[in-house]
Structures are given as C-alpha cells and as structure tokens.
Design a protein around this ligand. Structure first.
Ligand code: HMG
Length: 419
C-alpha cells in the first residue's frame, strides 16, 4: 500500500499587536486605496522585540502539542524554516526543543532559503517519513519569521510576522501531500536579500514580483507535466489548473495572489494555444480569470490580509485560512500550492484535503487568536520599530517571550503558560 504522508495538525501564533493599514496610509500621506485595493492589505502584525522568531515558534508549537494532545515521544525530527533566525550558529529549532522540553532522541535543525525555507522543511520531513527512515515517527515543522522592511519604505505596508507549527506524519488528517509530483524552479537572482547584521530586508520590489511570476510559471509547468503523467489533470473542456479545487500561493501581500493566479492561467492558456493571446482572447480571459480567482484563490487569504507577510509561514497560513473557511466542503478534493522564496527557489505541489480537516482546523482557534490582538496607532508602531532588537517591551504572562541576554550573550526566553 502507498505510504501516506502530509499535515496531521496545524497551530498558529501571531504578534499581540496590529496596525490597521489605513492608519499607516494616512500617516504616510498615501491614498488608503493604494494599500487596501492596490496591495490588498487590511491589517499588519507588529512584533515587538520580545516576540522574536524563537518566541513565536515556541508559542505556535506549544499550542499544537496542547490542542492535539500530541505524543512527543514519537517526534523524531524538529525543523524550523526561517530567514530571521536569532543566531549564526544555534538554530531556532534547538531553542524550541529546550523550551518545550521535547525528547532528546530527535534531529533538530533550521532550513533557510528566504520564504521557501518552510517548504524545504515540509519536504525534508515528508521525504523522511515516506522513506521509512522515520520508523513510524512524526516530525514537528515550524515556519517562523518577522518581515521587516523599515519605516517609510515601499515594502513597509507589506510587513508582518507570525509562526505556523505543523505535525507531519503518516496520518495526514489535514492534507495528504501528492508525493513525487512537485514542480520546482530556482535561479540566482537578487530580488530580495538581507545582508548579515541588518534587521531590515533590502528589496528590488517590482523585479521581485517578476521573479516570483517567472518561478511560478516554471514550477507549475513541471507539476503539470508530472500530474498529467499520472492522469490527475488533463487538457480538456477545463484547463488543468481549473481541475484543482483551490490554489493557495505564497502571499507577500494579498494582491500578489491575484497577480499569481492571473499569470498562471495566462501562461497555461498560451501553452494550450501555442503562442501569445490576441486582444479578444485576453479580454475573455480577464473576465474568466476574475471569477476563477474569486472561487479558487481568494478563500485562502483571510490570515494574510490580517497579518501581512510571514515569509516562511505565508503559504501555510494560506492553507490554514482555506481549511478554516472551507475544510468541510473541500474534504477529499485536491488543492494546488505554490511556495516562493526570493533569491530564488520555488515549488508547486499539491495535496488532497483530509476527511476531518475542518474538525482538526477548528482546534487551531484562528478567530480567537486574531480577536485577542490589540490595535495600536502609528506612533506606538514607530516606537516599537525603533526599539533595539534586545529591548523587549515589558509585558505580563502570555506567550513565550524573549526577555534579554544572560552571561556571554546566551539568549533568555521566558516560558509562561501559553494561553
Ligand atoms: P510601490 O512601488 O510603492 O507600489 O510598492 P506600486 O506603485 O507598484 O502600487 C502598488 C499597487 O497599488 C499597483 O497595483 C498600483 O496600481 C496600485 P498593480 O499595478 O501592481 O496591480 N495603486 C492603487 N490602487 C488603488 N487606488 C490607488 C492606488 N495607487 C496605486 N489610489 C511593492 C509595491 C510590492 C513593490 C512594495 O510594497 C514592495 O517592495 N514590497 C516588498 C517586496 C514584495 O513583497 N515582493 C513580492 C514578490 S517577492 C516575494 O514574494 C518574496 C518575499 O516574500 C520575501 C522572501 O522570499 O523571503 C518578499
């Protein structure tokens, strides 16, 4: 029998504060519609230095273990996908292992390739389980990041932060991954980078969008070839991409998902036609594409619109949003997924939604997590952004928090009970 593998359970952690995106637009003298319509943003998570990548990762993982009563003795691998780690040597995974008191009989490491680092972790864990090397064990994969471009930059309204923790196992209650069907695409490009020592990313914004779209077309074509080889999709009355019930994309800002979906469809129609589309075909596609976006992709955007970019966690927040909203109706259906990391590396893959996905996702309490947040104004946001990375805002018990350094710059994280 075929080895099943995929996501068994998911949990999320987000910073405690957020900024309404219109407030930021007004403060920057920008027409609010540029951010709300032009970028598709609504709210932006604001992490204070106490909510670092380790604290967010540990909080998400603690919620996962608690909500799903996970047997930690079976976890044989702990991987954190991140591009905003806290140390050049000691991985975030190692802190999380200690903070959660996880067993020592496990591999721990971080994976990095910009926003693709989370998918690198998911694939490494899945392949380990599918290969039989896990011996029936499970893997804890966490995507944790804080997206910072800095005040008054073009990237400012696309900041955010958060973590997604997932149990990867041979009981994929949430999503069973299609093994051996991934399409990949990578290239050495300078679209987004963060030199050692900088807190803020540097980005060639418009070029980064083009790099993302090129990677999407390349990765999707490879996925399609492999899926057609297995007769999972075919050319016919509907496009192969329309045979996927939903498609969730990496979402640096919500409008990017709309651009991605339009580009995927246009390149697919051109592949079918064997060349560029004429004006009439383009006009027809504009209408069809808008409906397809509304039905196939928009349902995965709730968390991204309220949190902003979470880098490695972005695609996985998309899966969580989608199954939170439509898990019951999607049970047994195949969805497509696109992960992009600047630099760049990308993967188009797919999976089948589990029969109990809606029930399992309800345990993640996504609405409650968003409702507990506090709205701040632009003055408070700017104060938080100007704090040195080792000066957390002092707060009472709640989630895990970075509290400062001990002797010889050993990192000190408070370990309160998680809400
Ligand atoms: P910008 O240059 O200030 O904005 O920054 P713009 O002039 O391109 O305008 C944005 C959109 O708003 C446009 O829509 C305008 O027309 C529209 P589009 O033409 O693109 O569809 N607009 C308006 N709409 C309604 N009413 C108005 C109005 N005014 C304008 N009044 C940019 C935009 C995305 C470049 C910037 O925010 C940025 O640099 N962001 C960061 C980079 C990024 O997110 N890149 C995405 C692809 S790369 C990626 O996804 C990887 C990443 O996650 C990192 C990783 O891998 O680790 C970033």
């Amino acid at each position: 029998m075929k080895q099943r593998v995929g996501i068994e359970a998911m949990a999320v952690a987000v910073p405690r504060r957020y900024l309404a995106i219109e407030d930021l637009a007004v403060a920057r003298g920008v027409e609010p519609a540029k951010y709300t319509v032009g970028l598709g943003a609504r709210e932006m998570a604001v992490a204070d230095p106490g909510e670092d990548t380790v604290a967010l990762a540990a909080t998400a993982a603690a919620r996962l273990l608690r909500a799903y009563h996970i047997d930690t003795s079976k976890i044989g691998m702990l991987i954190v996908g991140t591009e905003t780690g806290v140390d050049h040597s000691k991985p975030v995974a190692s802190y999380v292992q200690g903070l959660l008191g996880l067993p020592r009989r496990m591999r721990t490491f971080d994976t990095q390739h910009a926003c693709y680092g989370g998918t690198a972790a998911v694939m490494a864990a899945s392949d380990w389980i599918a290969s039989g090397s896990a011996g029936g064990g499970t893997a804890l994969v966490i995507c944790s990041d804080i997206a910072r471009y800095g005040l008054q930059t073009a990237g400012e309204p696309t900041q955010g932060g958060g973590a997604v923790a997932m149990l990867i196992s041979d009981q994929p209650e949430v999503l069973e991954l299609d093994r051996g069907m991934s399409g990949v695409f990578s290239a050495d490009v300078h679209d987004f980078w963060r030199p050692i020592g900088r807190r803020e990313a540097l980005v060639d914004g418009h070029y980064s969008i083009q790099c993302y779209l090129d990677a999407l077309a390349g990765a999707y074509r490879m996925w399609r070839e492999r899926a057609m080889g297995r007769e999972i999709v075919r050319w016919g009355a509907s496009l192969p991409s329309e045979q996927l019930a939903r498609i969730a994309y990496h979402v640096p800002f919500c409008k990017m998902a709309r651009k991605a979906h339009a580009h995927l469809r246009k390149s697919e129609i051109e592949d079918q036609a064997g060349g560029a589309l004429d004006a009439a075909a383009l006009a027809r596609e504009e209408k069809l594409g808008a409906t397809s976006y509304r039905d196939q992709t928009a349902p995965s955007l709730m968390l991204a619109s309220r949190i902003g970019n979470t880098y490695t966690g972005s695609l996985y927040l998309g899966i969580a949003s989608l199954l939170h909203a439509q898990g019951a109706e999607l049970a047994g259906q195949r969805i497509g997924l696109f992960s992009y990391g600047s630099g760049c590396s990308s993967e188009f893959f797919s999976g089948v939604v589990g029969a109990r996905a809606a029930e399992v996702m309800a345990q993640a309490r996504l609405d409650a997590i968003l409702d507990q947040r506090v709205r701040i104004d632009v003055r408070e946001y700017e104060q938080i952004m100007s704090r040195p990375y080792d000066a957390p805002v002092s707060e009472g018990p709640g989630a895990f928090r970075f509290a400062g350094f001990e002797d010889n710059r050993r990192r000190y994280i408070t370990s309160p009970l998680v809400d």
